[in-house]
Design a binder for this molecule. Structure first.
Ligand SMILES: C[S@@+](CC[C@H](N)C(=O)[O-])C[C@H]1O[C@@H](n2cnc3c(N)ncnc32)[C@H](O)[C@@H]1O
Length: 282
């Protein structure tokens, strides 16, 4: 059943996670902070209704939305070049030919090797893609963090058990007509009828600054850019008052969703409210 889209709604709609498990079996291979796989039941009817030739995800991160909607054509972008290198190799049916072990000593050995590849200008290789996958699955919380000299510096994750895969050939056919770019979102060459699903880093309310360097000016830049697109647009963000105001003022239609996790570190257990802001979708 499609979720109601209501421009004046203040109640957030909760999406049962069972619906995601049952209907969207193609799981993203990476762990990614802020993954939106849980939104697929709300997004699928919008995508189906528009029937666009191409899906564009300017902030693809863990790729959960494009993988869930499975368009024939897609343009998938993220400013993080390592995640895009991994997807480019996924498209070529990546095979990992070194041992994958949930072991601390091995982790730091592979982390050093990955950093050596970056230092040698070999960040685009299949070895770098395989190591990035291993570090993502094995490192702390799937974080992707670099020190000031550009070295990946996430510590070992200490998970009890990890299931790794060595072969990714089944992605080849799904990704065969997907294009991958790594750039700032404004560099993307949009076609007028592209369906854009944009999930930028969350707005962190009451502050100009955010850890990922994505401040309020960046949020406004995203909103302006999306509002200039002639085709269908779905924006996802945390429903902070200023995000709601910004997208309303630009004429987007809003609906509210209840995120299936807590994002507060203050002990507040209220489910986070998220907003989908829509344009050019009847
Ligand atoms: C909330 S995450 C996206 C999560 C994704 N929807 C998923 O389901 O996994 C936001 C992403 O935006 C990327 N990003 C941050 N600034 C960007 C920029 N200026 N242009 C393009 N991507 C950017 C980050 O690297 C991050 O992967």
């Amino acid at each position: 059943m499609p979720l109601p889209i209501d421009s004046v709604a203040t109640e957030a709609v909760a999406i049962p996670t069972r619906r995601v498990r049952d209907r969207f079996e193609f799981k993203p291979p990476l762990k990614w902070a802020g993954g939106k796989r849980w939104q697929l039941p709300a997004l699928e009817p919008l995508w189906a209704k528009v029937d666009a030739a191409r899906l564009v995800e300017p902030f693809c991160g863990g790729l959960s939305v494009t993988l869930g909607l499975r368009p024939r054509r897609a343009l998938v972008n993220d400013i993080n070049p390592h995640v895009i290198n991994f997807y480019r190799w996924l498209k070529r049916g990546l095979t990992i030919d070194f041992a994958l072990e949930n072991d601390q000593r091995r982790y730091y050995q592979y982390r050093n090797r990955f950093n050596d590849l970056l230092g040698d200008g070999r960040a685009h290789t299949s070895e770098a893609a395989g190591l990035f996958y291993y570090l993502n699955r094995t490192g702390y919380n799937g974080l992707c963090r670099f020190n000031s000299s550009g070295g990946f510096n996430v510590p070992f994750g200490k998970y009890k058990a990890i299931s790794y895969r060595m072969h990714f050939s089944e992605y080849e056919s799904i990704l065969s007509e997907w294009e991958f770019t790594s750039a700032d979102f404004e560099q993307i060459d949009l076609e007028a009828d592209d369906f854009v699903y944009a999930d930028p880093p969350y707005d962190v309310d009451f502050t100009q600054y955010s850890k990922g360097g994505f401040d309020w000016n960046e949020q406004q830049r995203v909103a302006e850019w999306l509002s200039n697109h002639k085709g269908p647009v779905v924006l996802s963000n945390q429903a902070t008052p200023r995000i709601v105001k910004l997208y309303r003022s630009l004429g987007f239609r809003l609906s509210f969703l209840e995120a299936p996790r807590r994002i507060s570190c203050t002990g507040d257990r209220t489910p986070a409210r998220e907003v989908l802001a829509l344009r050019n979708i009847a």
